[in-house]
Write a protein that binds this ligand. Structure first.
Ligand SMILES: [Fe+2]
Ligand SMILES: [Fe+2]
Length: 200
């Protein structure tokens, strides 16, 4: 194990979050989170991002994934979060909102780049910073994932993060098109912005 990863996992704050997650999430989901954590920290080291921030973003990104759709909607109501019409129809878009609330209220996370990474990890966003981009890519391409395109994204993640982000958005759009369901505008904006090769 990479010594940075071992040190970050042994930090009291990480231990507190890891305990919470292992008690709440399914074993499969918890292993996914640990894989995202490992790949994200690797990528942060390669790209010169803050490893502590990516550690917290990765650990907390699916922290609300144990809730039922009904529980998520109850929390959305309680926090008076306004959903757009696509978020209202797709339950898999709800957990990032409550993940942000868990990060703030349960684990006292205040850094905006961590919170925006958690918030945008499913749909992406054209304004994602480095931490959010790393989380978006690692969530898609961590070693236990078997999606189509996962190999190309894994390689690009280490050499060209923008292109990796583009491929993730593209793969998600293709998947949603094939399923015949709504595509969130943030995913399309992420695809468009990275297609131009500009900074996102
Ligand atoms: Fe997620
Ligand atoms: Fe995830």
């Amino acid at each position: 194990m990479n010594c940075t990863l071992a040190k970050l996992r042994a930090h009291p704050k990480s231990i507190e979050i890891q305990k919470y997650l292992s008690g709440k999430l399914s074993e499969k989901r918890y292993q996914h989170v640990l894989s995202v954590q490992e790949m994200s920290i690797d990528l942060a080291q390669v790209h010169g991002a803050n490893t502590w921030h990516i550690n917290l973003a990765a650990l907390l990104h699916d922290s609300a994934k144990w809730m039922s759709v009904q529980e998520l909607h109850t929390e959305i109501k309680r926090y008076e979060i306004r959903l757009d019409p696509i978020e209202k129809q797709n339950p898999s878009l709800l957990h990032p909102f409550i993940g942000v609330k868990i990060a703030i209220e349960k684990f006292a996370v205040t850094e905006l780049e961590i919170l925006e990474a958690i918030r945008n990890h499913t749909t992406g966003s054209p304004s994602m910073g480095m931490i959010a981009q790393i989380l978006y890519v690692a969530d898609f391409a961590e070693p236990t994932r078997t999606h189509k395109e996962v190999d190309v994204v894994r390689k690009l993640a280490y050499t060209d993060l923008h292109r990796a982000v583009h491929h993730v958005a593209r793969a998600k759009i293709v998947y949603l098109l094939e399923k015949g369901v709504l595509i969130h505008p943030n995913t399309l904006h992420t695809y468009n912005r990275t297609l131009k090769g500009g900074e996102i």
